[in-house]
Design a binder for this molecule. Structure first.
Ligand code: COA
Length: 314
């Protein structure tokens, strides 16, 4: 069995909602500037007690409950994040402990920035096929508000916090995954040596050019590998960085805009969390139907990119 089926999702958003109006009282910006350039209207930021780990645990717990599986059936736990609160224990180990997942299984974090959920899914599938087991838990979780300079208008309007989780099953269903990386500082955030002095910076125009190239290429690649066409897909769930990036891709592919899910208006760019948060919203709204094929495309810091096609079991 080489494919992955999505069998359940979960999500968690932090407690503080920040509108464009709120930001325009802190930095020199406006609702009009932010919405026309990005499509973002509100985002959620962590309150004091919240972190990428607390959000990951809440999302993972919900996905596990909805899957109907026992913790013992989960063969691996992979968390994608670039904003883990601790260098160790990893977020995945914190999820393992909180959910009571068995100890004789791997739990690890993956950092591929906004492509992290696709990378994490590839890692989980690799673990299932090398170590055995049928079910994997993959989480995308971020607290980007902790990495930002809240006074830098070029970045603070873009990013939000959140977590989404997926429980997958190995299955004989059409599946393809593609990943890529190009070391580049166009998006940068400081690590331990620079904490506090190097918040997120971004060359917005360069990243835009990169994204509108990587997105359709990744989508076309996984379509070609599965032998599917856009018509065969129920949804295309892209990383929710910017509405204009997705619109550009729709135009380039001459695709049906209704297939491309968007929620950045409510959540902003939540990096590794954006795709699983979107999948969870679709599932909760009953818009994912059993048997539907879904493409997920991530792109962002690293630079990294990744695309996959999987089937929703529901
Ligand atoms: N409000 C008001 N003005 C702002 C602003 C804000 N929040 N942020 C930047 N500006 C200003 C700049 O200072 C600049 O002013 P100047 O002309 O006086 O120097 C002007 O707006 C244009 O800035 P620029 O950075 O060239 O804007 P842009 O049209 O490229 O839009 C982005 C900026 C970030 C919206 C755009 O580049 C983008 O969408 N990039 C992709 C980013 C992305 O999605 N990254 C994540 C990928 S994972």
């Amino acid at each position: 069995m080489n494919g992955l089926q999505l069998i359940a999702t979960g999500g968690a958003l932090p407690g503080r909602t920040v509108t464009n109006e709120d930001l325009s009282r802190v930095v020199d910006t406006s609702d009009e500037w932010i919405t026309t350039r990005t499509g973002i209207r509100t985002r959620h930021w962590c309150t004091e007690g919240e972190s990428a780990a607390t959000l990951a645990i809440a999302a993972a717990r919900q996905a596990l409950e909805r899957s109907g599986l026992a913790p013992e059936q989960i063969a691996c736990c992979v968390c994608a994040t670039l904003s883990a609160p601790d260098a160790t224990p990893s977020v995945a180990c914190q999820v393992q402990r909180a959910l009571g997942l068995p100890e004789d299984r791997p739990a690890l974090d993956v950092n591929a920035a906004c492509s992290g959920f696709v990378y994490g899914t590839a890692v989980a599938r690799g673990l299932l096929t090398t170590l055995g087991g049928q079910y994997a838990l993959v989480v995308g979780c971020e607290a980007l508000s902790r990495l930002m300079d809240p006074t830098d208008r070029s970045t603070c309007v873009l990013f939000g916090d959140g977590a989404g989780a997926a429980v997958y099953a190995l299955a004989d269903t059409p599946f393809a995954i593609t990943l890529g990386a190009r070391g580049n500082d166009a998006i940068h955030a400081g690590g331990p040596d620079r904490a506090g002095s190097a918040p997120i910076t971004m060359d917005g125009k360069a990243v835009f050019r990169f994204a509108v190239d990587a997105l359709p290429k990744s989508l076309n690649k996984v379509l070609a590998e599965t032998g599917l066409t856009l018509d065969d897909l129920g949804w295309v769930v892209c990383h929710q960085a910017n509405s204009r990036i997705i619109d550009h891709c729709i135009k380039h592919l001459n695709a049906d805009p209704a297939k491309f899910y968007k929620n950045m208006d409510r959540h902003g760019n939540t990096s590794a969390a954006s795709i699983p948060v979107a999948l969870n919203e679709l599932a909760e709204a009953g818009k994912l139907t059993p048997g539907q094929r879904v493409a997920c495309i991530g792109f962002g810091g690293g630079l990294t990119w990744g695309g996959m096609i999987l089937t929703y079991k529901g």
